[in-house]
Unconditional design. Sequence first.
Lengths: 75, 196
Amino acid sequence: MMDNFSHVLLFKTDVNSNGDKLFLHSILDEITAVEKWNLDLEDEDFVLRVVSSTLRHNAIIELLNHHGYNCEELT
Amino acid sequence: MRKRDPDKEDLVKETAIALIVKDGLERFSMNRLAKACNISVATLYIYYKDRDDLIINIAMESGRLMSAAIIKDFDPEQSLEDGLRQQWINRYKFMVDYPHLSLFFDQLRSSSYQEEFLRGFLKDFIIVMGKFMHNVIERGEVEEMTIETYWSIAYAPLYSLARFDNEGKGLDGKPFKLTEEVLWKTFDLVLKSLKK
């Protein structure tokens, strides 16, 4: 459970169903720079949590936007 | 760059327990917790993957805390009276020191998190408690009985008194406060009923 906290990227999304989550698997699991990720479907902000030492917020935001999802940095 | 802040983590844990005790698990969310702690939701997600991860972590940690508190200074080789007395001291002290936790455990008991909570403390705890019970039966201090019967006689009265104390009133609705005198009088009766 001990992630490197400076490598945690957090996003507010509209990825709100198990089907969408599965789709997210198909894109995020392919990216080697994504060490770990999970989506909190129980949260009202459908928080996406990505652990990566190299990626920046923008890369994930652009990727999700490209696939038609809203995604912004959670602050 | 974000750093892990132990004070903030403690605040998060304590507040989470307080919220769950007050509003129940159903209404508990990362957003409500963040608001109550006066921190951003993002800070919570830095520490915990999601709501489940947070509850499981807090449940396990609280379980370990309780387990350590209850077996402190307790020796399973002690006589029935000494061992049981130490148990009552430890359990009573734990209730006084962490008044929220017993209520938190009640919430967990009826939830899907019960298993994780148990995993937090079961092993050492069950070994030590089982050994004590086995010893006192072996020595003929008490009759042979199921562990549930033993627990119900040995500890349920203590928890029942604690509940009255928590609610602040007795059976007749009059104010009730658990005093040491009432506690140890009850203990004597428990001991008497267990002794062969």
